[in-house]
Write a protein that binds this ligand. Structure first.
Ligand code: PNS
Length: 167
């Protein structure tokens, strides 16, 4: 049984995250989407909201489940019996940070492999923070997030009725 975790803050989950999760689900027997509390990042959505949006967005993927976690990623990987961490890699700017996290996690647990899936060009510059910023300005985010996330952002940022539902 090959089980992997795909960790992140998912504030909120985007189409770029979903691309990585669904490709990981093709490679692995089971994928656990690990929604980190990330308290220090002061997320816009609560941990439960982020997990619920991730659940709704992945309900069509039979071998994907969603869990929340606090504390170290390596401890959570042990808890769920995962042997791999799968992450998306976008532009070069991601590399330094991911390199650091991968090296640290490897130092903590040499049996937990970190694998990267390259983002396709259309998601190369997509991030939760860009989506939140667009949402705060009532922008059309429909092509960047699943429908349930678009609706949640429209509520959170109090979109006027004429700007809801994408354009
Ligand atoms: O989506 P993000 O915010 O880039 O995800 C970062 C995340 C949640 C994967 C990372 O912060 C993490 O692994 N947090 C858990 C705490 C931990 O293990 N920290 C040490 C690893 S460097």
């Amino acid at each position: 049984m090959r089980r992997a975790i795909t960790p992140g803050t998912f504030d909120p989950i985007t189409s770029g995250h979903l691309d990585v999760i669904s490709r990981a689900a093709l490679l692995m027997d089971e994928v656990v989407v690990a929604v980190a509390a990330s308290v220090g990042k002061h997320p816009l959505f609560t941990l439960e909201e982020r997990a619920e949006l991730a659940r709704k967005s992945t309900e069509h993927l039979p071998n994907v489940t969603v869990r929340t976690f606090e504390g170290l990623l390596v401890d959570f990987a042990h808890e769920v019996g995962a042997t791999a961490v799968i992450k998306g890699l976008r532009a070069i700017t991601d590399f330094e940070y991911e390199f650091q996290m991968t090296a640290l996690n490897y130092q903590l647990d040499k049996e937990l492999e970190t694998l990267f899936i390259m983002s396709p060009p259309r998601y190369m510059y997509l991030s939760s923070s860009i989506v939140r910023e667009m949402g705060s300005m009532h922008g059309d985010i429909s092509q960047f997030v699943p429908d349930c996330v678009r609706e949640a952002l429209e509520e959170k940022f109090n979109y006027p009725p004429e700007l809801r539902g994408g354009r």
